[in-house]
Ligand binder design. Sequence first.
Ligand code: HEC
Length: 510
Amino acid sequence: MKNKSSWGKPRLGLVVTAFIGMVASRHDLVAAAGETRSVGPAPVRPPTFTEDVAPIIFQNCVSCHRPGEAAPFPLMTFEQVRKHARQIAEVTGTKFMPPWHAEAGHVAFLNPRVLSDRQKGTLRLWYEGGMSEGAAAALPKLPAFAEGWQLGKPDLIVKMEQPFKLYAEGPDIYRNFVFPLNLSEDKWVRAIEFRPGARSIVHHALFFLDPTGTARELDSADGEPGFEEKGRVGRNFTAVGGWAIGSNVRVLPEDLAYRYPKGADLVVQTHFHPTGKAEEELSTIGIFFADKPPERSFVGIQLPPAFGEISGIDIPAGVSNYVVKDSFTLPVEVDAFSVSPHAHYIAKSMTMTALRPDGSEVIILRIPDWDFAWQEQYSFKDRIRLPKGTRLETELTYDNAATNPRNPISPPVRVKWGPASTDEMGSVTMHVVPVREADVEVLRDALRNHSTDMVIDQVLQRPKHRGMVKKLIERFDKNGNGEIEGDERDELRKFVRASGWVPGNLNNSF
Ligand code: HEC
């Protein structure tokens, strides 16, 4: 044992933790050996790397803590893990690692990244007990990871032809890059694997399809690769998923796929967050086709829609509990398969709840301690059936006080909705397959109406829109009662939809 001091002069706290850890580790060993019962007093021994620690680290940490992945150092050998043993005991104890922000005890997620109390105890005890290596023969094999492409060889690989240069400092940059796909027929796509060239500065990327050639035109406007114009991308193109730090490649369930129309270009909107070092970005994208057209369609239900753009997010400096809410009643029966939250730095908590018509309630997602770095996509272990009439409610809270350690601006300033990471936005998106295929359009239409109604309500309620309100009422209040209801509202909705005022793309963003 290299470090005897913690055994030599143990503090009381350490002894207690150590004892619990030893029992835990003994239990693990017994379970691993397939014994059903331990006999007599257990011959307690402190955990070793090869027998007790390596199995935990290899299974739960190496996926990111290896060369070329997101984590800052590898944890693949005894020496590497020993060097970080104190930190490992700490960050697993506080649940900072492995990163996973969904509160337990609600719906069951696929492959949750969580350690049991027993595993955490073993890591702590190993550190406190002097970090012995153990018998070499007991060392488990490192898990096998695919080199390069995570999903195997893509059916189509597209690359940026020219690097995009980024300054070391300055504001966040949103840039749209156009990747011609040259598809000679419609294709069905199950996954996109995005590989940024400059991993440390790419915060996230959103994927769109442009069948119109508009993106190519915009791209050729200046000599630089890509173009800015984020609003137009969101409004006119079809959203087909995204990538963010901390998330794995997002694959659609077996029976679902995105349609990529013949001739469409892929537009990738990349969000760069400069880190103080000048870099160049050259991304590569792998596309995986489905073998056959999918039998079912899916829809993303985003609440509030357009990442909160229509919700009037405006958070005064110093306010520590600013709340944004939205709700939507399902017009058809659906099966939900995943949920993804999105917000920036000062968001604090997020919840999406489903209230079924029979009164039963499911918490679809609750993140009590939002962390901007982990824009996760949470897949459900089993699909969740939600009947027609189920009310979905989301609530997001924001903390713009100086006491929030995640507040990037000191002293705090008023924060409004906007695309830069120091602006705010926020929504929770649940992905569903309508139980009856014919219901897909009913659901999409209800979602369009939901966004449109939010725009109408904003316009009608905002004092600064008084003049416009008067004009709208003159035009659409056919019965002259001062309100716009029933058929009048349908007419106004049509007008607002056609006007292009409703932001966000209502397609299947996954
Ligand atoms: C999904 C990827 C991922 C997994 C899985 C993961 N880590 Fe990390 N880890 C990271 C990233 C990224 C950072 C850097 C975070 C930062 O600096 O904010 C990090 C940082 C750390 C740090 C340094 C913390 C600090 O305060 O600087 C330790 C220690 C650590 N991880 C241990 C672990 C252990 C132990 C496990 C497994 C139980 C694990 N990690 C699993 C991605 C991961």
